[in-house]
Design a protein around this ligand. Structure first.
Ligand SMILES: Nc1ncnc2c1ncn2[C@@H]1O[C@H](COP(=O)(O)OP(=O)(O)OP(=O)(O)O)[C@@H](O)[C@H]1O
Ligand SMILES: O=P(O)(O)OC[C@H]1O[C@H](OP(=O)(O)OP(=O)(O)O)[C@H](O)[C@@H]1O
Ligand SMILES: O=C(O)c1cccnc1
Length: 503
């Protein structure tokens, strides 16, 4: 095939492989129907949101915007994409249309590092129907994973507090993309460093590394392995659990540190098995007595927020926590479940009409219409009272006394005065042009940390956090009720017609 890459080391056989085909086939099929029916250019609006905060946490941390931006900027079907679609049986006229497609829509989104809650739009995408539909899969793919990992990392970081947290999961991640974007998400949420060197190169995340058991096994004894390592590395963290942590590993690390003196920076030891609480306490005493009070104790081995909390409760003397599998795979909840739902579409007369998806579960009924999300900050204490979802034309800041009520159990309500309504969405793309200046990763990370400050502790605790209010404005709620009623009438009308036909 003429598109074969010349580079034999390329992981993929196509030189022009792009991401437009990183979509579900049904999107391409639906788009063909829209195109043949001249519907493809009708403006459609979709919300991206999830229905349940992962890990039973009190909040989630949004990540994924940067990659979504890159994806949308580069969106196009390449020559080899179109050749493949032709092989799959799509017609030449439709393919000629796909060839011209670029993303021309408008995207409003929360910023990476924003705290996000269930049932509020993280992103709102308004684009010609065909484009909005084709990009759904990739947008969800990106947002779902990165937000999940950022949320898990934030949860772990809440427990580690002032200790140092390092992302060590690459070897266990669900393939390579997950490793690098996952570690970026963890960094946004407060992790300090990663072992993934490519993530260091791509994103500027600080990289760290100790050494593995393999090195001790290769040299057949700890003394030689530690010395060989120290001969070529100034910063040394010795892994002390290959044979016998307290009788061999720690004393050998101390011996080598003494022998090398100022020639190395003896940063500490790493424990990777056994009773981490007990070993860390004993090792701490040994290091202090040997004159290395600044040497740190690193710990790894299937750690997550629960083991870390437990180890801390046992008084473990661990300074640096290396977390792999359970973070990068979001081990206890492997999916965020974010969805992409149509909330408005242009009709044949060019008028935008709101749309709804009904479900027997009231929490699953979509909220129609173009909306804005506000975080209501109490000016007295600078804490968040909750989030407020309003229709586009509304401005809650103009209200002196804002009524906030539960979107399903509407009798749960409160009035808020003296507040700032902080709008959470930014315009990212305007008619296909990216108008958003990407913050640096450092800025995103600081933004995420600042956001946590406005949240009461009750929403941040690990176990049974309080439910953060996400409310609808009265207009938004009324609009939703109106559409539910209309949908119900349509079904009743259809049933009545059916009855007439059956007579
Ligand atoms: N004091 C402790 N309290 C609670 N959990 C601990 C404690 N020490 C270690 N752990 C955790 O217990 C689990 C021990 O797992 P496992 O039995 O596989 O490790 P190990 O036998 O010590 O080491 P390995 O099999 O890797 O050589 C790990 O998840 C570890 O983080
Ligand atoms: O336990 P995790 O949270 O996934 O953290 C990463 C793990 O990866 C390494 O173990 P591995 O057995 O792969 O190699 P090593 O112990 O020989 O270094 C390391 O020692 C950690 O235990
Ligand atoms: O540097 C380390 O200690 C490390 C790196 C990756 C995985 N586990 C440990």
């Amino acid at each position: 095939m003429n598109n074969l890459a010349n580079n034999q080391f390329s992981p993929l056989p196509y030189a022009d492989d792009g991401l437009a085909l990183h979509t579900d086939k049904y999107q391409i099929n639906m788009t063909e129907a829209y195109w043949r029916d001249q519907m493809y250019n009708r403006k459609a609006v979709f919300d991206v949101y999830f229905r349940k905060i992962p890990f039973q946490n009190g909040y989630a941390v949004f990540a994924g915007l940067e990659r979504v931006i890159r994806y949308l900027k580069a969106f196009r079907f390449t020559e080899s994409d179109l050749a493949y679609l032709k092989e799959e049986g799509y017609g030449g006229d439709y393919l000629a249309y796909l060839e011209t497609l670029r993303f021309t829509g408008t995207v409003r989104s929360m910023r990476e590092g924003e705290l996000v809650f269930a049932n509020e739009p993280i992103m709102q995408i308004e684009a010609p129907l065909a484009e909005a539909q084709l990009i759904e899969t990739a947008v969800l793919n990106i947002v779902n994973y990165q937000t999940l990992i950022a949320s898990k990392a934030s949860r772990i970081k809440q427990v580690i507090e002032d200790g140092i947290s390092m992302e060590f999961g690459t070897r266990r991640a669900q393939e390579m993309d997950a490793a690098v974007w996952g570690t970026r998400a963890a960094y946004i949420a407060g992790f300090e460093a990663t072992s993934n060197v490519r993530a260091g190169k791509l994103f500027g995340i600080p990289t760290v590394g100790t050494h593995a058991h393999a090195m001790v096994q290769a040299y057949r004894d700890e003394y030689t392995a530690f010395r060989k390592y120290a001969e070529c590395h100034k910063d040394c963290v010795f892994l002390v659990d290959t044979y016998d942590t307290l009788r061999s590993g720690v004393p050998t690390a101390i011996q080598v540190a003494k022998e090398f003196g100022d020639r190395i920076n003896f940063k500490g030891i790493r424990l990777d098995s056994g009773d981490l609480a007990y070993f860390s306490k004993e090792a701490r005493k040994m290091l202090d007595e040997a004159g290395f009070p600044d040497a740190k104790i690193y710990a790894t081995n299937d750690l997550d927020e629960h083991t870390i909390m437990n180890l801390k409760a046992q008084g473990a003397k661990i300074d640096v926590w290396g977390i792999g599998t359970k973070l990068i795979t979001a081990y206890d909840q492997p999916a965020l479940g974010a969805v992409y739902k149509m909330i408005s579409i242009e009709d044949e007369h060019g008028t935008m009409v709101d749309t709804i998806k009904i479900s027997s579960n009231p929490e699953k009924i979509t909220t129609p219409g173009r909306k804005k999300v506000y975080r209501i900050i109490n000016k007295g204490n600078q804490k968040a009272e909750g989030d407020y979802i309003a229709l586009e034309h509304e401005n809650p800041q103009r209200e002196g006394r804002l009524k906030m009520f539960h979107p399903v159990h509407t009798y749960i309500a409160k009035f808020v005065t003296n507040f700032e309504a902080r709008e959470l969405h930014q315009t990212i793309f305007k008619d296909g042009e990216c108008v958003y200046e990407l913050p640096t990763l450092q800025e995103i990370r600081e933004f995420a940390a600042d956001n946590l400050q406005v949240l009461w502790e009750e929403y941040k605790r690990l176990l049974n956090p309080a439910e953060y209010p996400v409310n609808l404005s009265q207009d938004c709620w009324d609009n939703k009720m109106k559409l539910i009623e209309e949908a119900r009438e349509k079904v009743q009308q259809r049933m009545a017609n059916q009855d007439l036909q059956d007579l």
